[in-house]
Design a protein around this ligand. Sequence first.
Ligand code: 3HC
Ligand code: NAI
Length: 709
Amino acid sequence: MTASNSPPVVSRSLHGNVLVVSIDHPPVNALGVDVRRGLLEAIDAAQADAAVAAVLIVGAGRNFIAGADIREFGKSPQQPSLPSVCNRIEASTKPVVAAIHGAALGGGLEIALAAHYRLVVRGAKLGLPEVQLGLLPGAGGTQRTPRLIGAAPALDLMLSGRHVPAEEAVSLGLADRLGATDDVLGEGLAYARELLASHAGVRPTRAATALANEGAEASRSAIEAARKSTAARQRGLFSPLKIVEAVEAALAMPFDEGLALERKLFVECLESPQRAGLVHAFFAEREVAKAPETKAARPRPVATIGVVGGGTMGAGIAVAVLDAGLPVTMIERDDEALARGRSHVERVYEGLVAKGRMSSDAKAAALARFTGSTSYDALANVDLVIEAVFEDMAVKKAVFAELDRVCKPGAVLATNTSYLDIDDIAATTSRPADVIGLHFFSPANVMRLLEIVVPGRVGPDVVATAFELAKQLRKVPVRAGVCDGFIGNRLLAVYRTAADYLMEDGASPYQIDHAMREFGYPMGPYQVVDLAGGDIGWAARKRRAPTRDPRMRYVQIADRLCERGWFGQKTGRGFYHYEPGARTGTPDPEVEAIVEAERLRAGVSPRSFTDEEIVRRLMCAVINEAANVVREGIALRPLDVDIALIYGYGFPRYRGGPMKYADMLGLPNVLVELERLQQEDPFFWRPSPLIVELVARGADFSSLNAAAS
Ligand code: 3HC
Ligand code: NAI
């Protein structure tokens, strides 16, 4: 309830004979219970007041309405419900106009669709993004949208969740008019008065005829096409097929029956674990950007950036920076390497132009911001440098010595190292407070995750600068501490190890990949090895061999493949066999024979595993190590781990990340499984003390998220 002395979230004011109903519920005017109640009261008041001839709904602040209040999902519903508010708006005997600026999303658009007329101003974005939260539009959206704009465009909106700009909203028929100015209230009032002057009257969207005009056959074929492509493209997701079903009802049923079906399907989605996972991801994704240093310190200004190294990562990072509109100076070892680095960058842009995703002018403008040099002196004035040279401590230290020599005081010195000790790198410079890790993922201009690795002596303003840079580059930043592999690669290592154990114990790499794809990963672990190149992991294993704990079981199968030069896609063979130029491999009987021989060598009698057992083991390994990562403070909270794995490693978003998934499995169940596995291999499967402690006090990972936020 709103406290009696706080301003109402929905206010009413009479402008001539138009009642302006303004929603003022920061930050985004979400439709919490007070807003719903206020809207209902306003509509009722308008019916009862002879001085009111029309109603105009507007949003205060930067948006119209961002949708239902996502924080209410999963709690007991409070009246009035959103569908009933929408129905009441539509049933108004006086014309209702929605004047939209900023976001009109989900329930926000459904309010607008229940109104009789819609005006948009430039910058407005309209959409039905419920699918991204594991839901479907549940306040009439699945029934009104097809009637207003036809089945095919309605399905596109609901299945993609995309935001439609104002101009397109008008051309789709989603909005009636584009305002001439940005003054949403003025434009809305003028439109309402114009409608009154022309006696336009009420116009319920439930009676709109686009669906009927489209023709039953066309609608049905749009629905069938959506069903097919959804099954193929949104594999494993629950709500998209429910959306198709609801739109089918719009075609087949009277409006009210369609609404009732929509509600039933909405509740099914609301109660699904996928909704819980996706809503967790929504909030976690916003929470990760709020590291303590971002509150405690001001970022340093960054207007120019240097990148050292023009290989896979250096070039990708350069593109990410150029795309954000910043200039880049790239340093390479010699002219030849620099030319290669530049051509890597150019190739990315050429690809975008060829695919029609970028104009030649935009490409030229981006490349105009790019300069290269073989002399470190060219970095004398940059505000921030990102080093992306070979993963070799001696090489990195030599580069940082140069940076220390040439860079201006206050420049941020960042490394893109995957595994190396950044404290050690920082200690070799005269300015450890300026040294930080910025761990991008490949391809760096595409992948959204940016691990911000915080060494012990770095200044808080440098950390804040890294978070600000992430925002500029449109990356999702996750704060990590220094350890071998930080958050993501450390968890990847145990995931791979657990998979290798399963493989040696009897599961084929193909079954393991299949099981993990069914779980929701886009690729299985061995497909990923083949894609990244088996040689990378091989080098890391060789590097670690001298320090490997003798109690650790070591599976040699991957080494046997690498000894044959089978590094995956780039060599045509790895765990799979690849036809020349093919990116999808086929199972290789010779690999299976090698696996068999290795089992024999290791004295293992193979047994069979179900797909479910495979998933359970790999997930237990990841969850257990993730708990250690949180316990050691490498990740601030469990939710940081979730976001790192969703954005950097293909963990299925609809499962919320490994920690959320563990909570949904029930942490005591995870512990029982770990203790069972511990009988097999007491070294690898030691339950994390954090899990033991949480289970003992009846808590789970979510309690640590709440405690930290
Ligand atoms: N409910 C509750 N809180 C919301 C919210 C919502 N619908 N949308 C945003 N917020 C919160 C965010 O969590 C954030 O809170 P914080 O400051 O505490 O972190 C704050 O509002 C600001 O959000 P952003 O940081 O995302 O602000 P931006 O300006 O970058 O983006 C936005 C604004 C485009 C509106 C974006 O927030 C957004 O896409 N929101 C979600 C929209 C959505 O999914 N709507 C559908 C909801 S489901 C529904 O309506 C069901 C219905 O059909 C029945
Ligand atoms: P790469 O081998 O493709 O590129 C390295 C580049 O650095 C080469 O072009 C080389 O000429 C240049 N270089 C080497 N020494 C140099 C020096 N002293 N001065 C200037 N340039 C120099 O390597 P890649 O894959 O780009 O990796 C770079 C770094 O990024 C490594 O630390 C790696 O661990 C890390 N990384 C790699 C990822 C990947 O998927 N490849 C993902 C995330 C991080």
